[in-house]
Write a protein that binds this ligand. Structure first.
Ligand code: SF4
Length: 360
């Protein structure tokens, strides 16, 4: 840590810079705790540019906690469709109901209470408490970690003790009393716009005079994150079963770890020694209990889920009888794709069928 006057100078320089350089973002136009909460949850795994239209749509559809708490899960998932990591949407819905039932309809201001809401951890709680309620609470997210480890040339893995704890203490010690909202956002904004991961713009940085990483000529050495987990490649085979101008879609079981409750094409993971033809037939059998015959490839695409690179292959399957529709199987007209909440890769495949291949 620098001395107290050094820290004050650093804080003042950051606040001045933020006043001039902050981006205009829809959630910064209000200090409504609900809006801040929604934006922070959306931003947890997603870039700002992607979040903006989703945030605007969400706030139009669910403008306050009461409206959200009264919504059903399908509507909520539908509004979230395409943002990924759907447990965040479910967490918001459960959280809204908790706010109504337990906190008298008001988003709590206390960090401990905020952490009771599903999907809200110390970072998100600190962000809501400081930004929406003006409390002197610090935040430590990826941007803050990068900025602080560089400013103070802090070695070690910031995701593990003791550095993790040290970063929270440092972020708290730097807070200018009564201005935590601006300060927290200033550090995060510096990380997003200036102190970027690979090529920080140190020449334009308002705090380079106090930056040990910069002075030592090794800013990008920090943070010393553990090596990324290796990406594993897997193949998923999806089945296209047609009935006139409609296609079969199936609901992902509610206890699945990914995409629970969403609708997708019947899909299985290709197992070792299995052909894609056999896998497409298995996908239909697992979804409907019917036997089928593979009738060839239709389309494919690659997407990423956590540490997996998924090659998703769509193949036509003709079934021995018309698959029954029930709670977990439905017929969907690709043109009516918007009626169901569908994970982005499956949505893309189905959208590709609109006006595409003739009925087979
Ligand atoms: Fe980051 Fe460079 Fe600024 Fe240091 S001087 S905080 S490394 S941008």
């Amino acid at each position: 840590l620098n001395d107290a006057s050094g820290n004050r100078a650093l804080t003042a320089a950051l606040l001045d810079w933020y006043a001039d350089h902050q981006r205009i973002l829809p959630w910064r136009q209000s200090d409504d705790p609900y809006a801040v909460w929604v934006s922070e949850i959306m931003l947890q795994q997603t870039r700002v540019a992607t979040v903006i239209p989703y945030f605007e749509r969400w706030m139009e559809r669910f403008p306050d906690v009461t409206t959200l708490a009264a919504a059903n899960e399908d509507e909520v998932l539908h509004c979230w469709q395409g943002l990924g990591y759907y447990s965040r949407a479910r967490g918001l819905l459960q959280g809204a109901r908790m706010v109504i039932g337990r906190f008298d309809g008001r988003v709590p201001a206390d960090v401990g209470d905020l952490c009771l809401l599903p999907g809200v951890g110390p970072y998100t709680a600190g962000a809501i408490a400081s930004i929406a309620f003006g409390k002197d609470e610090p935040v430590v997210d990826g941007n803050v970690i990068r900025v602080l480890t560089r400013l103070f040339a802090l070695p070690g893995d910031p995701t593990k003790a003791p550095l993790k704890r040290e970063l929270w203490e440092l972020a708290r010690a730097l807070l200018p009393a009564g201005r935590a909202a601006e300060f927290n956002q200033a550090v995060m904004e510096l990380g997003a716009l200036c102190c970027t991961p690979r090529s920080p713009l140190c020449g334009e940085c308002p705090v380079r005079g106090s930056c040990l990483g910069f002075r030592q000529g090794e800013a990008t050495r920090f943070p010393e994150l553990a090596k990324r987990v290796k990406v594993t490649r897997i193949v998923h085979v999806a089945a296209l079963v047609r009935n006139g101008d409609r296609i079969l879609v199936t609901q992902v079981p509610l206890n699945a770890s990914l995409w629970a409750g969403l609708w997708r094409l019947p899909t299985v993971e290709l197992s070792a020694a299995e052909t894609e033809e056999a896998a497409s037939v298995r996908a239909v059998a697992e979804a409907t209990g019917l036997t089928g015959v593979d009738a060839g490839p239709v389309a494919d695409l690659v997407h990423h889920v956590t540490r997996y690179r998924v090659h998703l292959k769509l193949r036509t399957v003709k079934t021995s009888a018309e698959p029954p529709t029930d709670r977990s199987n439905q017929w969907l007209r690709p043109a009516n794709l918007d009626e169901l909440a569908m994970p982005a890769p499956h949505r893309k495949l189905v959208a590709g069928l609109i006006g595409g291949a003739p009925d087979q």
